[in-house]
Design a protein around this ligand. Sequence first.
Ligand code: UDP
Length: 231
Amino acid sequence: MKRVFLKLSGEALAGEKKTGFDEPTVTEVARQVKQIVDGGCQVGIVIGGGNFWRGRSSETIDRTKADQIGMLATIMNCIYVSEIFRSVGMMTQILTPFECGSMTKLFSKDRASKYFEKGMVVFFAGGTGHPYFSTDTGIVLRAIEMDAEGIFLAKAIDGVYDSDPKVNPAAKKYDEVSIQEVIDKKLAVVDLTASIMCMENKMPMYVFGLNEPDSIVNAMSGKFNGTKVTV
Ligand code: UDP
């Protein structure tokens, strides 16, 4: 594939600590992404914010304000991961849907395309820029806008199952499942808004387990053993 998007959850950056950053975990992600980029593939990155904050977790403050904190958390994550990527020799840029002074650049399709063409890894931080959305929706939106060929979702679980394998030991993993079935059976690959956008715009997703050795490289170079969500 020439251009792909990779989603990392906020929790994935935190490793065992569950909050903040776990440097060895992020450095390992960087090593693998470098291998993909060195092979000539353009990679866009979206990172969640759950290692710091989730808008819907506060019952006290206004949801719009809570979501603003969540969006800022995703930017902190991107600044950290971008720097780790640079430390292993990649060129990076962070784009946001709103101005963050000199910390990031404002997103536009032309600007992102220019960075991709220069061989940079482009971070799409700050989600959609709007409350009541998620970074799931953010990645689908940007992947569609940027004409990506697919979205890779690195998860704590190694694919999509017909029920929760932690609860049901007989749960069956799909090699392939249609986005329609994901929606109908509420399989929770990405949230409903993001699922509908994938379906309408024919954007395939590839779900795989981040914790397996070389999982990102394997998933993106054809040795995929997760679940492909077809459209
Ligand atoms: N968020 C938002 N709009 C977006 C993307 C994210 O308001 O377009 C906020 C929201 O509060 C969310 C938080 O940022 O809870 C972190 O994003 P993530 O997608 O990780 O949230 P999750 O789905 O885990 O709550």
